[in-house]
Design a protein around this ligand. Sequence first.
Ligand code: BGP
Length: 463
Amino acid sequence: TTYQFPAGFWWGSAASGPQTEGRLPGDGKGDSIWDQWYQESPERFFNQVGPEKTSQFLTKYQEDIQLMKATGHTSFRTSIQWSRLIPEGTGEVNQQAVTFYNKVIDELLANDIEPFINLFHFDMPMALQAKGGWLNRETVDAYVEFAKTCFELFGDRVTKWFTHNEPIVPVEGGYLYDFHYPNHINMKEAVQVGYHENLASAKAIKVYHSLGLAGEIGIILNLTPSYPRDPENEADVKAANYADLFFNRSFLDPAIKGEFPVGLIEVIKELEMMPQIEEGDLETIKENTIDLLGINYYQPRRIKAKESAVDHSNGPLPDDYFDNYEMPGRKMNPYRGWEIYEKGVYDILTNVRENYGNIRCYISENGMGVEGEEQYIDENGAIQDDYRIEFVKDHLKFVHQAIQEGSNVQGYHMWTCMDNWSWMNAYKNRYGFIAVDLEQDGKRTIKKSGHWYKAVSDANGFN
Ligand code: BGP
């Protein structure tokens, strides 16, 4: 094979609890911010479809795990929903949730699929959000308790743990750009939220390592390489650097180096927005860094300098420091409106190799959301998603190249296994290897890409 991957490379996909499990009467799950937001503002969700209409992993997990096998999965990432395990955020553990997650983990292992478990995927329990969510320091303690409960319950079998998925997204969505609850735009709060997420991650890592379990723990970050419009233009380069500091290095540096980047601290100080830091926090962050980095990659940022001087008149936002720029000729996914730039993944991996100690990493999400995939169904009822095969292949070629050059990449997870509910977009864009027909009680059909992935996994590579 032309593109052969290292032995033991993980071939899998990623999903999350809130996007797949669903909810049954009497299942004991408490509300998360998504349940709350849907009750308050259903019109914000595509076709007004809320978080209860999922692919029903809660009841169909056995079938789904067989489908994972059929599509070549050797690993699978999902998350434990905090509001399912500990419905009020703190206190009593829901025994039905313990039973459910035990069954999922055991079923995966029995099918030789390595479970990768993430602890926080945008799903703050409402009881904690009512007291400020990540803004409130008490949430950090509640989260560490939740994490410890998970390690103690499942850490004998789960050896790959992650503290957060894309922790910058609740900051952006909830406090900068209005696409997550509590949609309260305020940069000072955004900074405090991001700080608490970083602190919570370090504290959970500390607990995990103290338990002496045979596994490893990391964080999953969505990294967006920031390219200046003109690399020769100092102002453009500076603007791109700001975007990188705000959206990548705010989590990447503390996670791997144990400290916040100097350039970021300078800006935050200038804005008089330093978060509340308690004694010992920075030592905790310094001493408890990750073992393994998950990289989600969808799109880069194209950045140019602000044409006018920095203007904080509408309340500061990171956007005061740079402008996004529509690069002519860039390749777009028209459904999601995201640029497709395959080499971005190579640039991220090179950066991690050269500037972050070449830490063990894997691609934890990458994928293509497409609307109206029914139009590609063939006479046998399967979606012929050649565009998805091309997308994955083109990214994998760059992953392969980075590995050839010495990057420590251990696996690839596509987003996602089967079509699932997705936040504001609900079922608009479909991402799966496996189609889910919502009109027919969630009937599953493997797409062409799912069969292709099986062949890739079996050969540990492709031509
Ligand atoms: C990532 C999230 C996933 C998933 C994916 C696709 O940011 O970790 O939860 O939703 O993006 O994005 P979307 O569903 O918004 O198109």
